[in-house]
Write a protein that binds this ligand. Structure first.
Ligand SMILES: [Zn+2]
Length: 323
């Protein structure tokens, strides 16, 4: 797939990759995420890659991310769309000086508007990807914004809630994925709860693989009160405390611009209140690093809930009062 992936880049961008010595920069969750794991596997592959690859945690301050990108000048930049949305004002003001030849967005839904604006401002070949930790990359966008499948790498089966196949052009309730390359830990018809529509129409971009529309993963940017106005924060930064020992499920709900509510499902033998105290401290630290200090964080008696429409579980939700 790697060869197919590289072959699909425009020729001028491959030249750009060569001129910038293929340096790869990742802005991601530095825990269990597909993007961070791909970065880890790169730097472990050869000592040279340690110089060519760099990462920064997604919950770093914006100015630290900008400094790191400008210093490293990557050829390839990987980031979540909401991170790039937060960096957009700095890209417009030219505070971000790096011009990666290729920008890979992933982990969240990405609008065509954002993709096109980043492409124009950074003069990069920008595309969005869809993938999971279990199957790695599943699809990537073409110039028309269609998410074409890597059908030689992974089989996807859109199904309804009774696991029955849904026809192309119809939205599924779930997706079954089979990874064709992972012989160490095979995933066969592994269920994920994303709603997906498969398209078999021909796309004029020249890629003959079918393409998909993904309705899941639409966490929006959160806004918090701040003396100077509102601070915008990517929801992913609030997921960092979720991997604590004793937590089965973790959900942060923004109830107001100065109020977060936490819902926890904990393992037997762990005190929900004690875990909440640790998480509260961590969330306050994350938020204060982003200049949000006036915040109320409460613990709910309820368990984390799935989305009533998509059936998808999100770690961060918004439930703001009507304006
Ligand atoms: Zn296409």
């Amino acid at each position: 797939m790697a060869l197919y992936f590289i072959r699909s880049f425009p020729f001028k961008d491959l030249i750009g990759l060569g001129l910038k010595r293929g340096k790869y920069f990742v802005i991601a969750n530095d825990g269990f995420s597909m993007s961070y794991n791909s970065y880890r596997s790169q730097i472990l592959a050869t000592p040279l890659n340690r110089m060519r690859c760099q990462s920064i945690s997604v919950d770093s301050k914006e100015e630290d991310i900008i400094t790191a990108i400008n210093r490293f000048r990557p050829a390839i930049l990987y980031a979540y769309p909401t991170t790039m949305e937060l960096l957009l004002p700095h890209i417009r003001s030219k505070a971000v000086k790096a011009k990666p030849a290729i920008m890979i967005l992933g982990g969240e839904k990405c609008s065509d508007k954002l993709r096109k604006e980043l492409s124009t401002l950074m003069k990069s070949y920008v595309f969005n990807t869809y993938g999971t930790s279990e199957a790695s990359l599943i699809a990537r966008t073409c110039k028309h914004g269609h998410l074409h499948l890597f059908a030689d790498w992974v089989i996807i089966e859109p199904v309804d809630k009774n696991d029955q196949p849904v026809p192309p052009g119809t939205s599924s309730d779930k997706l079954l994925i089979t990874n064709l390359s992972n012989f160490t830990q095979p995933f066969i018809r592994y269920e994920i709860t994303d709603r997906v529509t498969l398209h078999e129409e021909t796309c004029s971009c020249g890629n003959h693989m079918p393409y998909i529309e993904v309705e899941g993963r639409t966490d929006d940017i959160l806004e918090f009160d701040h003396p100077g106005g509102r601070v915008r924060i990517s929801p992913i930064v609030l997921t960092d405390p979720a991997d604590k020992e004793g937590i089965i499920r973790y959900q942060v709900i923004q109830k107001d611009y100065d109020h977060l509510e936490l819902k926890l499902m904990t393992e037997k033998g762990y005190s929900k209140v004690e875990l909440f105290k640790k998480i509260e401290r961590e969330l306050r630290l994350i938020l204060s690093n982003m200049d949000v200090s006036e915040i109320t964080i409460t613990l709910s008696d309820d368990l984390p809930r799935i989305h009533p429409v998509s059936g998808k579980y999100s770690m961060v939700l918004k439930d703001l009062p009507a304006q």
